[in-house]
Design a binder for this molecule. Structure first.
Ligand SMILES: [Zn+2]
Length: 280
């Protein structure tokens, strides 16, 4: 179970031919649309990427049981979406089945209740406290066919992260790769007057700076930037948000595996291996 290393998978005949097939599909799409780059073309390429990503996930997480209790529960969580208006049910259910497949292969299964789902205006997120996935699908220009598959997969990984055996290893990994590195202070102000989002520096090469997102209270930001808080006080500050906000390490791993598996096996091998180790 979960034996493959990045190198083994990348160098396997299966991967090489699947990648070649995927690259051919993408260049055919580009060829067809070469004179008019459109969102349609972009969308088709993204879908081809996800198809390749799903094949890689199938290869890494081989035990499959779409009729398992977990699969049924995850899928039905999307049947009762609050304020559901634009979700592509087919895509979220496919993402739920894929996440259930991942879980089938894990030695430690989630023991906490299955999440609820609400569609919202704004950015998607998972909240630990209310165990709810908030899907940002209610923007006026939101295209339900476009992002929902990887987003639903990403948010479900946040819920999965709350499995105690996974959570403790993820937090340990987060602490290890950020330890001793200076804290960037000014970043996005997501909730004015409440807290600011920061992206920590990392000792491990990561596909997105978003992987090491953290929060501090807005009113503490100035104190931190003026050097008025000790490292312990800063850590305590960050710790407060750990109770309500998950890390991004596991979710970005699954999202990137879906969107660009080749880069995960090549450029971000250490990250790949570290997360596979968390899951074992
Ligand atoms: Zn996230």
């Amino acid at each position: 179970m979960l034996q493959n290393s990045a190198e083994q998978l990348r160098d396997s005949d299966w991967f090489q031919s699947a990648k070649q097939k995927h690259d051919e599909i993408v260049s055919k799409i580009k060829e067809k649309y070469k004179n008019s780059f459109s969102s349609q073309e972009y969308h088709k390429i993204e879908k081809a990427n996800w198809q390749f990503g799903k094949e890689c996930i199938d290869n890494l997480f081989q035990k499959k049981n779409p009729n398992s209790e977990v699969a049924k529960q995850l899928v039905s969580a999307f049947d009762n979406i609050k304020h559901g208006v634009k979700t592509s049910q087919k895509d979220v259910k496919e993402a739920a089945t894929l996440m259930a497949q991942v879980i089938e292969n894990l030695p430690h299964k989630p023991k906490h209740p299955v999440f609820t789902v609400e569609e919202i205006v704004g950015r998607s997120f998972y909240n630990i406290k209310d165990n709810e996935i908030h899907l940002g699908t209610r923007e006026p220009n939101y295209d339900p066919n476009f992002e929902i598959f990887p987003t639903a997969f990403h948010e479900m990984a946040h819920w999965l992260e709350e499995t105690p055996e996974i959570k403790s290893k993820i937090v340990a990994l987060y602490d290890k790769i950020t330890e001793g590195l200076p804290l960037p202070i000014s970043k996005k102000n997501v909730s004015p007057g409440a807290y600011v989002e920061l992206y920590r520096k990392s000792k491990m090469k990561l596909p997105l700076e978003y992987c090491t997102r953290d929060y501090v209270e807005e009113k503490r930001r100035d104190l931190i930037s003026k050097g008025k808080l000790t490292q312990e006080e800063i850590n305590a500050e960050i710790e407060k948000f750990r109770k309500t906000r998950p890390t991004e390490l596991l979710s970005v791993f699954f999202e990137q595996l879906l969107k660009n598996p080749a880069s995960m096996l090549d450029e971000y091998q250490d990250y790949f291996e570290a997360i596979m180790e968390v899951l074992r």
